[in-house]
Design a protein around this ligand. Structure first.
Ligand SMILES: Cc1cc2nc3c(=O)[nH]c(=O)nc-3n(C[C@H](O)[C@H](O)[C@H](O)COP(=O)(O)OP(=O)(O)OC[C@H]3O[C@@H](n4cnc5c(N)ncnc54)[C@H](O)[C@@H]3O)c2cc1C
Length: 382
């Protein structure tokens, strides 16, 4: 049998694409279960989309690429899809939408879809108009349209492969550099030493990384810095580049010092920072506020508002939520995800160089890119 479409990977994007397709379709999955990352996402509750979906929440070599797919499949479309299947959701802070049960979502997505499990695709070749998917020790699968939905490299214990990237290279497409993202960062010894004593303190900061500024909580730990702000920053961080923390965002410290010359630095900082952290900053600056000269004042303001450090590394793919980078978007149609130089082949989901922030943006990209490809394959009709 020749299938209209074969989809490689039964994850979020592959399953939705299959669900929306009209013609005959087979999904080939290397593990024995569908969508394991959806099942564990959001601790089983699955933060499946966000009310603030827009291109600015995505990292990509071309920040405009994702706009068309996001416009074709909005967060309302996602909510409608799952609500129609009786899957309830709730809204949390930052517009995050959580389903109550990721298992129901996966059951719904995989129902009525032909999925062949435990087939790790390693070789695909073209035979005229037909794609032949070679399966060791099993019959080959043939199809007219090919959708690559193999995801990224994070959490290797769940079953991941680099086949999507290799197949892209086979088609002469380039891969934007891959890196673990939405992941813990590792810190040099002096930073670890500095914050060890303060482990457990959490506070809202403003964190500058590259061209981005993130306002969220930082957690001080025995290995340095952690918490949502750092996790978010890992998406935008480039190796060996610095990050900068403003520990007192929104406060004009120079003005505050000006009108508090008769107070002790430790007491003043205690108004804005957790006590133990205030003591550390005050310790480095023994002079009383009224006695500080201009240089000392500038140094203090600098340390509190532009605390600069360079993470050593990320904690790697085994700890990362996603893989940044992937199939270079200039080779794909932004409207349909089809390979420009090779019609009938589509790349969707995380394997593409579009990576979202924390908050449901990655699953939304999986849904939106899947819908764009399905729409194109169906010839314009769902
Ligand atoms: C712990 C964790 C929590 C997360 N939480 C959230 C969250 O709350 N919200 C959010 O938006 N995102 C979250 N994400 C990210 C999100 O799960 C992924 O971005 C999304 O699942 C990507 O979908 P995908 O279809 O591209 O790839 P995947 O869902 O990874 O699916 C790829 C599929 O392809 C299969 N495959 C790979 N290679 C082959 C091959 N050669 N042959 C056959 N099959 C193959 C894999 O086994 C897998 O089933 C989380 C990720 C992790 C790891």
């Amino acid at each position: 049998m020749i299938f209209d479409t074969a989809i490689i990977g039964a994850g979020a994007s592959g399953l939705l694409c299959a669900k929306l397709l009209k013609g005959s379709c087979i999904v080939l999955e290397m593990t024995n279960r569908p969508a394991r990352k959806v099942l564990i996402s959001g601790g089983g509750r699955c933060n499946f989309t966000n009310k603030n979906i827009s291109s600015e929440h995505y990292y990509s070599r071309n920040e405009h690429f994702c706009k068309s797919a996001l416009a074709q499949f909005s967060w309302q479309n996602v909510v409608e899809l799952f609500s129609a299947a009786g899957i309830a959701h709730e809204e949390c802070e930052g517009g995050k939408l959580f389903s109550f049960d990721a298992r129901n979502m996966v059951d719904y997505l995989s129902s009525e879809t032909k999925i062949a499990f435990e087939i790790e695709v390693n070789r695909i070749e073209r035979d005229g108009e037909i794609w032949v998917i070679h399966c060791p020790k099993k019959a080959n699968f043939c199809c007219r349209n090919l959708v690559i939905a193999t995801g990224g490299l994070s959490l290797p214990e769940l079953g991941v492969s680099d086949f999507g990237y290799r197949f892209a290279q086979q088609l002469n497409l380039e891969i934007e550099p891959l890196a673990p993202a939405l992941v813990r960062l590792d810190f040099p010894k002096e930073i670890q030493k500095k914050f060890k004593e303060l482990a457990g303190i959490s506070l809202a900061v403003s964190l500058a990384v590259g061209t981005r500024t993130i306002r969220d909580d930082v957690l001080l730990t025995h290995y340095g810095l952690s918490g949502p702000a750092l996790l978010a920053a890992s998406l935008w961080w480039q190796e060996n580049k610095p990050m900068e923390i403003n520990w007192i965002p929104g406060i004009d410290l120079r003005k505050v010092i000006e009108s508090n010359r008769n107070r002790k630095l430790r007491t003043l900082l205690g108004n804005f920072l957790p006590r133990r952290l205030a003591e550390i900053f005050a310790e480095d600056q023994p002079t009383a506020l009224g006695n500080m000269n201009k240089t000392e004042e500038n140094n203090l303001i600098h340390r509190l508002t532009k605390f600069t450090f360079i993470p050593e590394n990320t904690a790697g793919y085994s700890r990362a939520e996603v893989t940044r980078g992937g199939v270079a978007v200039r080779f794909l149609s932004s409207k349909t995800m089809e390979v420009k130089s090779c019609p009938s082949v589509y790349f969707i989901g995380e394997v593409v160089d579009v990576t979202g922030e924390l908050g449901g943006y990655n699953l939304h990209w999986a849904w939106a890119s899947a819908a764009a490809a399905a729409h194109a394959i169906n010839g314009g009709y769902f």
